[in-house]
Design a protein around this ligand. Structure first.
Ligand SMILES: O=c1ccn([C@@H]2O[C@H](COP(=O)(O)OP(=O)(O)O[C@H]3O[C@H](CO)[C@@H](O)[C@H](O)[C@H]3O)[C@@H](O)[C@H]2O)c(=O)[nH]1
Ligand SMILES: O=C(O)[C@H](O)COP(=O)(O)O
Length: 321
């Protein structure tokens, strides 16, 4: 069976060098923003920013701006990222008149209001094994093919336990994302890592999208891009190997709920959204008795930024013509 995404738009590793892309970027007059949404990542954010600055800002100048959006951190993420050389914004302080919601998607949506780049490259801020070449590979397809709107990373992703043994990683990917893709969006089934936090999108297109405030932001962007422009507007690139922090199963239940709520909303024939919060009941065993753990999971979305007057006026002012 052939998959358009896998067959026609999958790029291997090392296809582009940073120097090559800097030259193409200059010729095409494109600007690149790297955005790291970060909540309580003081342990990892410093070295990620330092390495990106060294290789792709001070080294080959592929990255025009490096922005950390601090997503309600209670640790020193803000200070560590700033000291390492990033421009840091607190999500809650960006366009404060628009209010503040919790979540990764919220931080990414808000980044539209404080960045300038024509291509936005997103990366997780909890990476422990990764390479600055991730950014090079995520940018490459845009500079090669103007028909590409979104580029998704994929990688080998082991989950190494304390005793050195390994588990199958990508638990939400395997148990929620792939099944829902198989049921509702088989045209996306060629994507190796549909939930990867390492991906890039044209600003002009991201600003047209409704953006879930939580963890459904990745899958929603894929689904909406394929629906509007076809799966061939999506490319995927091999990033090699990546290791990151891992959430516990109960927190992954929240992520799964957000993804399923997005799928439910996209399937509603009348285009309306369901309730903005889902009551998720989980259980723990305490003193040999089950104890209910009630979570109220936000599943709301931000409207396309282009419909927000502040974004529209910002856009018109900065890109006259
Ligand atoms: O409210 C939040 C929660 C997370 N993050 C940041 O988002 C990134 C990824 O979060 P994480 O909790 O590590 O996500 P994973 O469990 O690894 O989830 C994977 O799958 C998710 C669903 O597609 C993606 O959003 C993630 O990027 C991807 O790594 C990290 O930099 C976090 O600090 C925020 O900025 N705000
Ligand atoms: O991408 C996923 O499926 C979730 O982030 C969980 O990943 P993990 O099982 O590697 O922690």
């Amino acid at each position: 069976m052939s998959h358009p995404v896998a067959n026609r738009r999958t790029f291997g590793r090392g296809r582009w060098s940073a120097a090559d892309l800097v030259e193409r970027k200059r010729r095409q007059d494109l600007r690149i923003s790297v955005v790291l949404p970060a909540r309580d990542e003081e342990k990892t954010i410093g070295s990620i920013v330092e390495r990106l600055v060294a290789d792709l800002v001070d080294g080959e100048p592929l990255v025009d701006e490096l922005v950390v959006v601090d997503s309600d951190s209670t640790d020193a993420t803000y200070e560590v990222a700033a000291a390492a050389g990033a421009r840091v914004h607190r999500a809650s302080e960006i366009a404060p008149e628009l209010g503040s919601r919790p979540g990764k998607g919220e931080a990414m949506w808000k980044s539209l209001f404080v960045t300038e780049g024509d291509v936005l490259v997103f990366m997780d801020a909890d990476l422990v094994e990764w390479d600055t070449d991730f950014v090079v590979s995520l940018v490459g397809p845009f500079l090669e093919d103007p028909a590409i709107d979104l580029v998704k990373g994929f990688y080998e992703r082991p989950l190494i336990l304390g005793d050195g043994s390994a588990l199958a990683a990508g638990r939400v990917t395997e148990l929620v994302a792939r099944p829902v893709i198989a049921l509702q969006w088989p045209e996306l089934s060629g994507l190796v890592q549909p939930l990867a936090g390492e991906w890039a999108i044209r600003r002009s297109w991201f600003a047209e999208l409704s953006v879930p405030t939580g963890y459904a932001v990745e899958l929603a962007a894929l689904v909406d891009t394929a629906a509007a422009h076809g799966a061939s507007a999506i490319a995927q690139v091999d990033l090699g190997r990546r290791e990151h922090g891992h959430q516990g199963l109960h927190d992954l239940g929240v992520m799964a709920t957000q993804i399923l709520a997005m799928a439910r909303d996209r399937a509603r024939a009348d285009g309306t959204a369901g309730p903005e919060t889902v009551h998720l009941r989980q259980f723990a065993i305490r003193d040999e008795e089950p104890v209910a753990l009630d979570r109220f999971v936000p599943v709301d979305e931000r409207p396309p930024a282009v419909t927000v007057p502040r974004y529209a006026s910002r856009d018109a002012a900065e890109h006259p013509c």
